[in-house]
Design a protein around this ligand. Sequence first.
Ligand SMILES: [Zn+2]
Length: 183
Amino acid sequence: MPLKSSIDRPDWDSPEACADFFSRIDPENYLAHAIREIESIVFEFHKSHSYSVHVYKTSDADIPDKIAFYERCCVIRVNPHDTKPEIFRLCLAHELGHLVYNIKSLQDPEVLKEPRDIPVGEEVYAWIFAYKLIKNKSDEYAELGIHKEFQWTDAKLKETILLLTDGNKEVNQGISKQFNKKL
Ligand SMILES: [Zn+2]
């Protein structure tokens, strides 16, 4: 697929616009097209490097979902709590939201630092991105009458995200409230 011109690029500060941009690619399971598209945009920003997104499911339930950034790739791990395919996709979309949030800063030592501090604003951005990406895909599937398992009602999608963000973990405090306020 040829790269689109820069005129088409979304406002990178808007998670909704970014999700619209990355979800308009062909319908596909597990967001593969969105991931390929993000990789090609990263390459545009950081011309000297090819860039790849690696996704894997951990076998240890105590390891939380996470994205780690490296110079030429990022690694996304998704916890086996999220074994239902539709939850897996939602959590994966959230981690991709972290990648898009940092899309212009992927060579920044602060972003490459491991572990790194994740600002609440980034967490909220990533959830709004996930919401919009999955919602767009869901609407598209409903229209095409395919992938019934990946179709959500708006209420169910929001409710699930609120449940996922409303854990006891200190890091999640306030995120669900902010997510709720922004949608
Ligand atoms: Zn996150």
